[in-house]
Design a protein around this ligand. Structure first.
Ligand code: CP
Length: 324
């Protein structure tokens, strides 16, 4: 059976059949939601804690909605209201949460690897990475994959151009890994200062010219300039950046005529994307990405809850440690 993971810490270890299991389940949730049908309550009796050490609109709100729609008891804790502000460490926060016995723990953290560390410290609990530093944002890559599959009918043999601030982007990394695994061709496009050295080794092509990178692309995925993760000036000015790398009608004309335009949000209109392009529903699927975000998060919560219950059942029968 696919998707046997105890946690969702990244897409790196997902096989194509795991990705398909998530997307098929999510597709069903999305269709039922459009028809106004409920999803049942497979998370009834489970407690989901959302722990956000960084700001978020889309991920936090959609994880909360997803858990509630599936019947979980959901508590969301932002760092502004937690004792982290008083100097509590990540490990002490984990031990405190452990004592409350959550079943599903959704974590966003500014440090790469912090969510993995937490997953080793909490007991009998499935951990979901909602974005850790520059490392991974697995549910973003999965919701992007679902959005692409709905628009294009497949994930293989597509040309996907991921453009902008690649160096600081966990979205770019997770999408690159997942789309490469699903046999799409991935191009990374951006100024040399925002392209990590040696990134080609992950199986992508690299372009410094938008016109070349977008040529014939089926999918154009724009990224925000992540100023909060930058040290020093990596671009001359936002005006110059938009001129060379902002997606406008002239640059988009280089892509395939039926291309789709994506952006994980939050968007900086007039910096990495022209507002008119973002709103043009002939190409833009940005609002669909948000809609698919709820469906994908419902799917991963449901699959991890299934694995958790099975593991607890095995443990109760003395058939091995939890997740063993
Ligand atoms: N795409 C994304 O992670 O958005 P938020 O930061 O609003 O969650």
């Amino acid at each position: 059976m696919p998707f046997r993971q105890p946690h969702l810490l990244g897409v790196e270890h997902l096989r194509p059949e795991d990705v398909a299991a998530v997307l098929d389940l999510a597709q069903g949730h999305a269709e039922r939601a459009r028809k106004g049908h409920g999803p049942g309550d497979p998370l009834r009796g489970l407690t989901q804690v959302n722990l956000f050490f960084e700001p978020s609109t889309r991920t936090q709100a959609s994880f909360e909605l997803a858990g509630r729609r599936l019947g979980a008891d959901v508590m969301t804790m932002g760092v502004a209201g937690s004792s982290v502000r008083k100097g509590e460490t990540l490990i002490d926060t984990a031990l405190t949460l452990n004592a409350m016995r959550p079943d599903l723990l959704v974590v966003r953290h500014p440090e790469a690897g912090a969510v993995h560390l937490l997953s080793q410290k909490v007991r009998s609990c499935a951990v979901l990475n909602a974005g850790d530093g520059r490392h991974e944002h697995p549910t973003q890559a999965l919701l992007d994959a679902l959005t692409i599959r709905r628009a294009k009918g497949r994930l293989h043999r597509l040309t996907v151009a991921i453009c902008g601030d690649i160096a600081h982007s966990r979205v770019a990394r997770s999408n690159l890994l997942l789309l490469h695994r699903m046999e799409s061709r991935v191009r990374l496009v951006g100024p040399r200062t925002l392209l990590p050295a040696g990134i080609e080794s992950l199986g992508c092509e690299v372009f410094e010219s938008m016109e070349e990178g977008l040529s014939g692309a089926d999918v154009v995925m724009m990224l925000r300039l992540q100023r909060e993760r930058m040290e020093g000036a990596l671009i001359p000015s936002e005006r110059e950046y938009f001129h060379r790398y902002g997606l406008d009608a002239a640059k988009l004309a280089r892509a395939a005529p039926d291309c789709i335009v994506m952006h994980p949000g939050p968007m900086n209109r007039g910096v990495e994307i022209d507002g008119a392009i973002a709103d043009d529903i002939r190409h833009s699927v940005i609002q669909t990405q948000v809609e698919m975000g709820v469906a994908v998060r419902m799917a991963v919560l449901e699959l991890l809850a299934r694995n958790l219950r099975e593991a607890r059942g095995r443990e109760a029968l003395g058939m091995g440690d939890l997740f063993g």
